[in-house]
Design a protein around this ligand. Structure first.
Ligand code: SAM
Ligand code: DTB
Ligand code: SF4
Length: 328
């Protein structure tokens, strides 16, 4: 697994002719992952809105008025039925998101730990995204059974400061390091369609691919424009940019799960198919992401059926697998 990519190498990869890129990505995909399988993940917003950060894309920021109702932290009894439903619907990963700048301490954090223990007992992957974490909080989450922590770099270091002013890129990297140190797998990716340049997308890919080890999970989000946020009027993103970025992520981080995350509702079936061809092997399913809509479950099951894709039962990374077989 290479972690010493230069930004020039990432740029050269990114600028390849599209078909060469897709062929390389799909070949790499089949070396490391079962072909025609997609992991289904489910999101739940367990604490909604009123966030002190000013992320320009986010409807949950208290700096903007995007019409998201604030909701306090849900308790374990309220969350567990959603996790059970997700499992019954075929999801193998349950991801709980909270609109916090940083995970709190005390009673609220204890409540999250209780929930994590209960979800872990359902034998699903348990992912949390609660904002910045200290090493001690990361350790406690690990002990409670968290398997993954989502914390995105969002864009290149240069573009980041145009999107968020209340938290630095380095703070993001520090949280990722604390998560890694606690032995929790890292889920780290970004958002496309915020007005960033090609060079910014290359910069994001370069940052991700030089994390050592790579994030086990790389979510690539297409901006979901929310009214009331500074990015509400961003122009449409060409979906082929999602495809190109996903293909690069697959080639640079071959063993990682690449998640086609937010934005599928704005994408055609053909564009989504190209993302799968480029090496995406995970989606969020269910009516809702955190606060914004996602394709309806029957639409998704129809798509998977038409593409002959199966729901992945268990994710196995190559370091956990003794023999690697290249699938034809
Ligand atoms: N507050 C925590 C944080 O920022 O790490 C966790 C929740 S936050 C909503 C999780 C991620 O969702 C963000 O890092 C961002 O990449 C993504 N996200 C938020 N709003 C989005 C939007 N409108 N479109 C696409 N992705 C978005
Ligand atoms: C990620 O990269 N995307 C997911 C998950 N990690 C937490 C969240 C997408 C949120 C989209 C906006 C919303 O629904 O509020
Ligand atoms: Fe808060 Fe996370 Fe939204 Fe930023 S992305 S405003 S940190 S909830």
């Amino acid at each position: 697994m290479r972690t010493d990519w230069t930004r020039q190498q990432v740029a050269a990869l990114y600028h390849q002719p599209f078909i060469d890129l897709l062929l390389q990505a799909q070949t790499q995909h089949r070396r490391f992952h079962p072909a025609n399988e997609v992991q289904m993940c489910r999101l739940l917003s367990i604490k909604t809105g009123g966030c002190p950060e000013d992320c320009a894309y986010c409807p949950q920021s208290a700096h903007y008025s995007a019409g998201v109702e604030r909701e306090p932290l849900m308790n374990c009894d309220a969350i567990l039925p959603a996790a059970r439903r997700a499992k019954a619907d075929g999801a193998t990963r349950f991801c709980m998101g909270a609109a916090w700048r940083q995970a709190p301490s005390g009673r609220e954090f204890d409540s999250v730990l209780e929930t994590v223990r209960a979800v872990a007992a359902l034998e699903m992957e348990v992912c949390c995204t609660l904002g910045m974490l200290t090493e001690s909080q990361a350790r406690q989450l690990k002990e409670a059974g968290v398997t993954a922590y989502n914390h995105n770099l969002d864009s290149s270091p240069e573009f980041y400061s145009r999107i968020i002013s209340t938290r630095t890129y380095q703070e993001r990297l520090d949280t990722i390091a604390a998560v890694r140190k606690a032995g929790i797998t890292v889920c780290c990716g970004g958002i496309l369609g915020m007005g960033e340049s090609e060079d910014d997308r290359i910069g994001l890919l370069h940052q991700l691919a030089t994390l050592d080890p790579h994030p086990e999970s790389v979510p690539i989000n297409m901006l979901v424009r929310a009214d009331g946020t500074p990015l509400e009027d961003s122009p449409d993103l060409d979906p082929l940019i999602m495809v190109r970025t996903i293909a690069c992520a697959r080639i640079l981080m071959p063993d990682s799960m690449v998640r086609l995350a937010a934005g599928r509702k704005q994408m055609s079936r053909e564009a989504i198919l190209l993302c799968f061809l480029a090496g995406a092997n995970s989606i969020f399913t269910g009516e809702r992401l955190l606060t914004t809509p996602n394709p309806a479950p029957d639409e998704d099951s129809g798509l998977l059926r038409d593409l002959g894709l199966k729901a992945m039962q268990q994710v196995v990374h190559s370091h956990e697998r003794p023999i690697l077989e290249v699938q034809k």
